[in-house]
Design a protein around this ligand. Sequence first.
Ligand SMILES: NC(=O)c1ccc[n+]([C@@H]2O[C@H](COP(=O)([O-])OP(=O)(O)OC[C@H]3O[C@@H](n4cnc5c(N)ncnc54)[C@H](O)[C@@H]3O)[C@@H](O)[C@H]2O)c1
Length: 267
Amino acid sequence: MYNTTFICDQETDCILDLNGKIAVISGGSSGIGFGTAKLLSLKGAVSVILDIDEKRGKKAVLDITALGGKAEFVACDVTRDSDCRLAIESIADTHGTIDILFNNAGVIRRKTVENLEENEWDMVVDVTLKGAYLLSKYTVPVMAKTGGGSIINTGSGWGLKGGEKAVAYCAAKGGIVNMTRAMAIDHGPQGIRVNSVSPGDIDTPLLHDEAKQLGQDDESFMEEAADRPLRRVGTPKDIALAVLFFASPMSNWVTGTNLTVDGGGLA
Ligand SMILES: NC(=O)c1ccc[n+]([C@@H]2O[C@H](COP(=O)([O-])OP(=O)(O)OC[C@H]3O[C@@H](n4cnc5c(N)ncnc54)[C@H](O)[C@@H]3O)[C@@H](O)[C@H]2O)c1
């Protein structure tokens, strides 16, 4: 079996070092967001978790702290302008800067355009797409003032191709991938890099909830999801490693790009 152990020499070790960096992670109390908050903290960053779920957010902080990382929680509904503004202002006041923003909160409703209610469309698009706009709107000026930063948006394979019964989600994720390019053009001159990571099926509560929404047996749904060239579903850490690449100087001259991390699902 191919050895997937993370190997570093001294230079790459240092290039992935996030000591002293402030990383803001939306949807950071669960799944991909939590896995990423954990990894960025272990690389030295202070991970500031923004989430609508306060109880889980506070537990995430305790878990990261127990591992020796630095983390904080700020309650934030990313669909609300005032929540996003206040969260980013308070983080900038406390830490003086924001170096990394991971726009990751997202929700899915597995319905066709015929069956999807207007309020469900609004909810999916507001959390998954508008949330990234709002947090970026308030973070960009902070980053620009302190010399730049890195914004990473969570796309999806379904932002690059269509998917069955997920019309609002596909619209939102397609928006994320192209918004990433537009933001990279606008904010490159301010020293801000903007990239997206597009996961394939990752073993998180969201994926299991999809099986439930479709009325499918969880085990067979997960087996189907694993049917891809690398023969397994992904883990939050698979995505966290890609986010670390974009968050660190390892990707210093990379902006406006999308990295698909899906075990070859779209190949
Ligand atoms: N799991 C997958 O297979 C998969 C595949 C492709 C893309 N993604 C994307 O990855 C991202 C993370 O998803 P996940 O799989 O880790 O799911 P998850 O359900 O484990 O985590 C999503 C997080 O977002 C938070 N959230 C929901 N609404 C919010 C709001 N209004 N304000 C703030 N936070 C809110 C939730 O509380 C939760 O902590 C999403 O954007 C999702 O679309 C997931």
